[in-house]
Write a protein that binds this ligand. Structure first.
Ligand code: SD4
Length: 306
């Protein structure tokens, strides 16, 4: 099936893909449409992997990463380890629109966002603070932190949202936004803000993006590689699977489990300029969100390992 407009995202974009699709029907730019789709998740305090309510780093500080690419104008923007701004995807786009740079990090990114009129706010919700406290209380059995609740499952949340959109004319935009790995070392930057890792878009070919273990993605430039495989003629699903094979081949020994299977998961999402889509995960059971003329739905992702 080929159809345009088309939006593909990680499964937590199930509401956002419809927003992006509807916006493209009214003529909105594909990147603006995709960013509007991910803004829903960034501003949702109950999603603990993106924007407001994202799980903090080991010091209890929420640091966000995001990047975007605009196919028709061949531009990119990115922010990393930004604090206090709920919609880093829009800040990444502002870097693209208003500066001669592509990537701003840390205090510089926050300062830029404030100068651009973004509102600074506390992103650490009470729920995320509680989860952080629970994590901290388990670091060392002999420390002074009380261990209230043995049964509670400590969340090493996986989340992040990647969304890719192609409009009726075949123009493409892509965006990825995240709070990164929970309890990360302060200053850690994941794949999401890295152009070619968290997402990549080439208006002649298509777009791809990723969620999951960012470190494995950065090392393989995976979103760029998926787009390159599609350029060589592979379909989106095959391109995602072939890139996952590269990820396995590049996995360091300490992260390799039995049977040559990595101890982490990674998810890829891709679409082509002519309106085909696909998604793949290392391990079975993954889903991704799609919206085309048949409506918004979750599709089963292909996988390498059952
Ligand atoms: C990161 N890729 O910062 C993100 C995290 C993620 O599902 O997607 N978790 O590495």
């Amino acid at each position: 099936f080929r159809g345009r407009p088309l939006v593909v995202s990680s499964s937590n974009g199930i509401k956002g893909v419809k927003v992006a699709y509807d916006k493209m029907l009214t003529g909105e730019d594909p990147l603006d449409a995709a960013i509007a789709g991910v803004n829903l998740v960034e501003l949702d305090p109950t999603d603990q992997s993106v924007g407001l309510g994202g799980l903090p780093n080991e010091e209890g500080v929420v640091q966000l990463d995001a990047s975007c690419m605009h196919g028709p104008t061949r531009r990119a923007g990115s922010v990393a380890a930004i604090e206090g701004i709920a919609t880093p995807s829009l800040v990444a786009k502002a870097v693209m629109d208003y500066t001669d740079h592509i990537m701003l990090v840390g205090a510089g990114a926050t300062k830029f966002a404030k100068a651009m009129g973004f509102k600074e706010q506390n992103l650490l919700t009470e729920q995320s603070r509680q989860d952080w406290m629970r994590w901290k209380s388990r670091l060392n059995a002999n420390d002074a932190w009380l261990n209230h609740d043995e049964d509670i499952k400590i969340k090493f949340t996986t989340g992040t949202i990647n969304m890719n959109a192609v409009n009726g004319a075949g123009n493409i935009g892509s965006v990825t936004t995240t709070s990164g790995m929970a309890w990360k070392v302060p200053g850690r930057i994941g794949d999401s803000p890295v152009i070619g890792a968290g997402q990549y878009c080439d208006n002649l070919v298509g777009a791809a993006g990723s969620t999951g273990r960012g470190e494995a993605n950065i090392k393989t430039c995976a979103s760029f590689l998926i787009v390159e495989f599609m350029r060589q003629g592979l379909g989106p699903q095959e391109a995602c699977l072939k890139t996952l094979e590269r990820v396995v081949a590049m996995t360091e020994a300490r992260l390799m489990g039995p049977n040559g299977r990595p101890k982490f998961d990674l998810e890829f999402y891709a679409l082509t300029k002519d309106g085909r889509f696909g998604g793949a995960t290392l391990y079975s059971g993954g889903k991704f969100a799609v919206c085309d003329e048949k409506g918004a739905r979750l599709e089963q992702a292909a996988y390498l390992f059952a």
